[in-house]
Design a protein around this ligand. Sequence first.
Ligand SMILES: [Fe+2]
Ligand SMILES: [Fe+2]
Length: 184
Amino acid sequence: MIFFVFKLKFVVVKEMTLSDTMRDSLNDQVKWELWSGYYYLSMATYFYEKNLPGFAKYWTVHAAEEQEHAMKIFKHIVERGGRVTLQTIEQPQTDWNSPLHVAEEVVEHERKVTGMINNLVTMAKSENDYATEVFLQWFIDEQVEEEEGAEKVYNQVKLAGDSGTALLMLDIEFAKKAAAKEED
Ligand SMILES: [Fe+2]
Ligand SMILES: [Fe+2]
């Protein structure tokens, strides 16, 4: 009887807990979301230096969104009984050749993040971790938006080309975009 109670308790606790592998991979993703924020904040500093405050504001707001993503995963780990282990966040790149270079790297980075999220979903599926699989659906949708947004920015900056006037006009548009994002 004692054995039975122990076994039952063990089974219940086990079901509520993330596997070690899933927990570690989600922990890595917390780091990558925070790093993405750091990366975008670094891009903001580049635009402030170039006297393009609209772009700078846009990337600052985006950086804050990445921090929110990290906290969503943080919360999921805790809710599933796991321990969050914060990792070292490496220094991001600090300089770029041009605004177009920045836009190019954002597209590339968001594609990489989509790959990371897809890998997490594959892992959740293989472990029959339905709660994590459903939780990650939000990130799948978010990455579709992130990639679409990044490509749009890239195309707009590409159209502006070397024209300072076009970039200044875009800068005003990005200041408005940033303000609208902040109100969301
Ligand atoms: Fe993110
Ligand atoms: Fe992102």
